[in-house]
Design a protein. Structure first.
Length: 208
């Protein structure tokens, strides 16, 4: 089975909520995964890694709440950056699964492009364009320092991602999809006698 952009976005939202994020950040996670897969970047794999790490009991927070050995949440920091909580230029010492930060930085791109350096990877965002260096394996770094700065006036000679609303999640991500489905199940309320009576099924009036 392959997943459409809309399907994987809905699953990502439920999985993020099922891992413990509040609904607001869970919806931001769904947005980030859709944005990445429209550009053929491995959003499902990034979210799978992040939620699995988070669900293991690791602690993240805002910059002022996170110790030197802590990690910043890419979704919380990204949403705040997209909303203008930081200036155009910002630096974070250790972002977990930093690929998930990119879609939120793109929100701020208007007339001036932005450049994001994450370890040895570099992303360049201009209006309706994204360029990046390194392979998907290197892009999917576990964690790293992240610096956002004003970019140059033209795209450098780096890979330009294509954009398509018809993109599908590749079969190679099926294991990560299964993990997200497991997290999503945590959002389903357990059945009770009352829910069985008012929900699907014959309940106590079954005449068969």
């Amino acid at each position: 089975m392959t997943w459409s952009i809309g399907e994987i976005g809905a699953l990502a939202t439920k999985a993020a909520r099922g891992s413990g994020l509040d609904w607001g950040l869970a919806e931001e996670a769904g947005y980030a995964v859709k944005w990445l897969h429209r550009r053929e970047l491995p959003g499902v794999t990034a979210l799978c890694r992040y939620l699995s790490w988070r669900y293991d009991g690791n602690i993240m927070g805002w910059p002022e709440e996170t110790g030197i050995y802590g990690h910043y949440c890419p979704i919380a920091i990204g949403a705040a950056y997209g909303d203008g909580a930081f200036g155009d230029e910002a630096k974070f010492s250790r972002i977990k699964t930093p690929l998930l930060l990119i879609p939120f930085v793109a929100i701020r791109v208007a007339e001036k492009p932005l450049e994001i350096n994450i370890g040895s990877s570099r992303f360049y965002l201009a209006k309706d364009q994204i360029g990046y260096t390194n392979s998907h394996t290197e892009i999917l770094s576990d964690a790293g320092a992240c610096q956002i700065s004003i970019g140059k006036s033209s795209l450098p000679n780096i890979t330009i991602a294509s954009v398509s609303d018809l993109a599908r999640v590749p079969d190679s991500a099926i294991h990560c999809v299964s993990i997200l489905e497991g997290f999503a199940k945590n959002t389903y309320a357990p059945a009770t006698d009352e829910s069985r009576l008012v929900g699907a099924g014959a309940g106590l009036d079954d005449n068969d």
